[in-house]
Design a protein around this ligand. Sequence first.
Ligand code: GLN
Length: 391
Amino acid sequence: MPNPRSSRRAARFSESVIREMTRVAREHGAVNLAQGFPDFPAPAFLKDAACAAIQDDQNQYAITWGTPRLRHAVARRYAEAYGMTVDAEREIVVTCGATEAMAAVFLALFDPGDEVLIPEPFYENYGPDAVLAGAVPVYVPLEEPDLQFDADAFAHRISPRTRAVVLNTPNNPTGRVFTGAELEAVARLCRTHGLLAVTDEIYEYITYEGRHVPLATLDGMRERTVTVSGASKTFAVTGWRVGTIVAPPDITDAIRKVHDFLTVGAPAPLQDAVAAAMESFGEAYYRSLRDEYGARRDALLPGLRKAGFHCRTPEGAYYVLADISGLAEGDDDVTFSRRLARDAGVAPVPGSSFFSRPDLGRHLVRFAFCKRIETLEHAVDRLERFSRSGS
Ligand code: GLN
């Protein structure tokens, strides 16, 4: 039902299905494999550092675009991990999570009518981000069966209004980590057509095969790439809302202004805690993060397959898109997801939430495996029981 008091803009998108499924999971006491947030604690070091920062009275606004300590820690991390040179004074904005980062980037860089290419399936925020900025999201399917980046399909959708490509790698919801050849194809597209790249790299440290490569490190890309990331996934603190943007100085100036008027700044003591972690955690932390997520993936996937879901093995991030065709008995993804929450006691996200046309995702659901091994084993038991009982 249309809401007469809503702006036309707000009327053009609906409530987040991911967060709605968290409510459905609560209603049914289901294991929540819908919303991607960890159910295990953040490292004690971060929690102690946050408490210390508050006790130390870091309770007022930080500099709008981020505390110097965090910006320098971020710049050092980009240098160490990727050999990327980042000017902490002129090329970084700290935001309230990657979510605000993406919205601020869209508002700062795109004019009404500008077109933005978005590979599909996609994380649900990018469409509303475009709508809020008045930009036009142009969705381009990844190529089946392996969800590969198809440069020709993208090139065909380029018009005089196209301004940018959005790239999320490691990818939510597919678990894809785009290969070197695919990244090169994106880079070539941007260079040839004078496009910006906006990359969401929030899962950068969660890869199972091979390592993450920021698009900005490819030839000629640093000056045309806006790199978004943050602390949420790397340090299991999704509720802290500490995101980061790295971009060339002129782009950073525009983003800083928008960010200032949207939120003034990210939580000051939490920025300090994240900086402390980045300063003291070495490679061993990032290695064990990958190993732990690998174990979580391996705790869920065989069970999913045994229960009758078909899925490709994710190379990164902490999601798996599962085909429900063998189990759904004619239900679409939304009905099936609700039934799974109610009857099996495990809540996924309906696949249609990740597509521009719902019918493209009707045979899919997404499971998040950023959970304790016990939680995942419990979910697998429930799913196997559900499938044995003939759904
Ligand atoms: N990124 C997470 C997901 O895809 C959380 C989404 C959210 O609620 N902001 O599940």
